[in-house]
Design a protein around this ligand. Sequence first.
Ligand code: CAA
Length: 258
Amino acid sequence: MPAYETILTEIQGRVGLIRLNRPRALNALNSVMVSEIMAALEAFDADDSIGAIVLTGNERAFAAGADIKEMSQASAVEMLTNGYIDTFDRIRSIKKPVIAAVSGWCLGGGNELAMSCDMVVASESARFGQPEVNLGVIPGAGGTQRLTRAVGKVLAMEIVLNDRRLTAQEALQFGLVNRVVPVERYLEEALELAQQIAARAPLAVRFGKEAVNHAFETSLSDGLADERRAFYFCFASEDQKEGMQAFLEKRAPVWKGQ
Ligand code: CAA
């Protein structure tokens, strides 16, 4: 792993952990940090010893949004050409499951980053919002689209148009997070979830992630057809033979990812 300036990375078992590390700026996402997050995600994705990835901040902030200092003087053309927003799109190409472990502020680009992950474990102190309207802009990294798909139109309108902030419990109620746990446990809980998934059949996890994501992109009939092709393809894997044989022999399967 290369040395990063704005994030810390480590490997725990089969899980790659990325910590956003600009605590004095509440992990505001400057362009270096966004590039480094994507580089670390891509490095873990390419590493066969890693089965899942956890992305976290610290107790006070997952991330308080894009770095306002950095973008305050930008022109429209600079925003278009500097690649900052485009970098967020690369998270969609990560094949392994990515779990956000969120505590404290999760605002603007921070919430967009969390919503780009596959699952979210929140601490009781997590606060979610899209406060861009206060800055004279709208969310630019998926905030209007992923949020609306998760929480529905009327609540998304209130969040985007009037800076409504959600508590962790509200985020759970509206389907933005998987679970809410005490602050002392949120990272541990996310790591445990990641270790469990990382211990499962790698190809089935990969195809399952792809298929669920596809549900947001396509018609039901196209989604079902794609799901079926992936399901049939599983039968070309050694893991399918092993998984079903192990069930019949009443033993634990040994996955090869082949
Ligand atoms: N960008 C740059 N710096 C930020 C920041 C941000 N998004 N959020 C916080 N900081 C900095 C503050 O400037 C402050 O730095 P200094 O000590 O050097 O002054 C430090 O972090 C601590 O922040 P506060 O003193 O404001 O802490 P607080 O506890 O009083 O308030 C907060 C916390 C409510 C999160 C407040 O900091 C805040 O409102 N931040 C901005 C949130 C925001 O508007 N996010 C959207 C950004 S735009 C975006 O994300 C666009 C997109 O779609 C990609």
